[in-house]
Ligand binder design. Structure first.
Ligand SMILES: [Zn+2]
Length: 203
């Protein structure tokens, strides 16, 4: 059975119309597609007010809201994975931006800490050196390793942006420790290196 949508003036199967008990045939006068277009338009024009209202509702209906969320996630398991991934990306970006903004402060703080805690600082430096030594292997290509460090210096001089050599798999990783070999080295900006810490590579 066909029904004509009064918005797009198209004859469409009745399945293309939402139910509406108030209408004589129990169906909306406009098709679902036009419905969606209208909702989208309304939403874009009233976004802020709508979001405020939604936040307010969620705060007043926590249990209901949690139940809706749980049901939605059950219906759309793929969206949960996507949103977790998006959250992770967001966090990474946020962290990076925060770090860039606070790098100078952070460095000054580190220097101050090193000045006040000379012994602990020496121990930390020693541990870092030891990590490099302990993760060194006799078969590493020393010449290739030196070339990576030379490249870092060259890029620093050429760009004026401090570059460092990063161990792609950290030497003191929590789960896996990388080796001090040329294939585990790459030149990165100091900013990128600092914000990575001893995290596992994500890319
Ligand atoms: Zn229509």
């Amino acid at each position: 059975m066909l029904k004509r949508c009064y918005i797009c003036k198209t004859e469409k199967p009745v399945e293309c119309f939402s139910k509406n008990k108030g209408k004589h045939d129990g169906l909306n006068n406009r098709c679902r597609e036009c419905d969606r277009a209208k909702n989208r338009k309304w939403y874009s024009e009233n976004k802020d007010a709508h979001l405020m209202k939604a936040v307010e509702w969620r705060q007043n209906n926590r249990a209901k809201s949690a139940a809706y969320t749980a049901a939605y996630r059950k219906r759309h398991p793929e969206k949960l994975a996507a949103s977790v991934e998006a959250g992770r990306e967001h966090k990474k970006l946020y962290h990076k931006r925060w770090y860039a903004l606070n790098l100078a402060t952070k460095r000054a703080k580190n220097r101050e800490w090193a000045r006040l805690n000379p012994v602990a600082h020496l121990a930390l430096c020693a541990r870092r050196r030891a990590a490099v030594v302990n993760r060194a292997v006799p078969w590493a290509n020393q010449e290739a390793i030196r070339a990576v460090y030379a490249e870092a210096r060259k890029r620093t001089e050429e760009t004026g942006i401090p570059h460092e050599v990063d161990h792609y798999y950290p030497l003191q990783g929590k789960t896996v420790s990388g080796l001090h070999v040329e294939s585990n080295l790459r030149v990165v900006t100091a900013d990128d290196n600092r914000s990575k810490h001893n995290f596992m590579p994500t890319t």
